[in-house]
Design a protein around this ligand. Sequence first.
Ligand code: OGA
Ligand code: NI
Length: 366
Amino acid sequence: MMTKNSIEFDPYIERKAFDETKQGVKGLVDAKITEVPGIFHHRQDILTNKKPSASVSDLEIPIIDFASVHADTASREAIVEKVKYAVENWGFFQVINHSIPLNVLEEIKDGVRRFHEEDPEVKKSFFSRDAGNKKFVYNSNFDLYSSSPSVNWRDSFSCYIAPDPPAPEEIPETCRDAMFEYSKHVLRFGGLLFELLSEALGLKSQTLESMDCVKTLLMICHYYPPCPQPDLTLGITKHSDNSFLTLLLQDNIGGLQILHQDSWVDVSPIHGALVVNIGDFLQLITNDKFVSVEHRVLANRQGPRISVASFFSSSMRPNSRVYGPMKELVSEENPPKYRDITIKEYSKIFFEKGLDGTSHLSNIRI
Ligand code: OGA
Ligand code: NI
């Protein structure tokens, strides 16, 4: 028999009720709520905006122009130097003139919006939490049932694109063509980025690719509905990424911030640009040479905000390859800082912990 107490003490009871609507945060906004429900409230100390100190208040994450990357050796080397500086000091940079056509970027953003604004009954048919087995899943807060202390103001769908692309019918019609087209460009551009990163390490261009860093692509497409009380919640809690590298396309709303020198710095939207950031696995295999920097997204009265995050990571997919600090980068003076681990083992910790504001890399530091 279910006692009254066992109901009262289910810590997930309100999260479950929200989950069972299968309509996400968008469903709350459609129902015209004017107050953010309690499960979305974050602790005040987490919300407090660390004020940028005078020295960083006008800092901007590096913006790198890729127009001449294929022009000649000197131009390429100059870009590698800029990339190296950015990934060693910021963990983030924006790329302009990356050669992915503007209309492809517009189409994927439109497709993501079309899916999330689709008839709720159609969306429900794609609702699932079985990201381990399904290629395409739609839900709100992948970490709803983890130990994450609060729920975020965001709905998402995710899709494993490479190495085994989904069959067309596995992707909803609203975004199917856009997903295939955009991901084709992301895979190609990702290949170039890993070449430049290999060169920035002083290694052969193909080194990172030969370690399967570009092999697996997981796309997560976020929809941050307008929020009636943005000071009480967040779009995404502070976290670093469970990937080698993440390529982010954001619209013009803003709200993405990175933690730099102990201050939150805005990643200001630049029309047509792509944001690149180092994920935890690149920090691990480069033995801390490249940094996986923590970031978050604020909730916003405006919106919806749309972003498309392309993770180079096999995440929870089977992958027996073991990763540790690269032999070329460690020495007696610079011993390995991490133990060896598979991506799946790492991701398991990531999903169990959820986005709780702490870094997962610290768990495997030697
Ligand atoms: C992420 C992320 C930022 C954004 O998906 O890991 O940090 O702007 N997204 O949506
Ligand atoms: Ni992230």
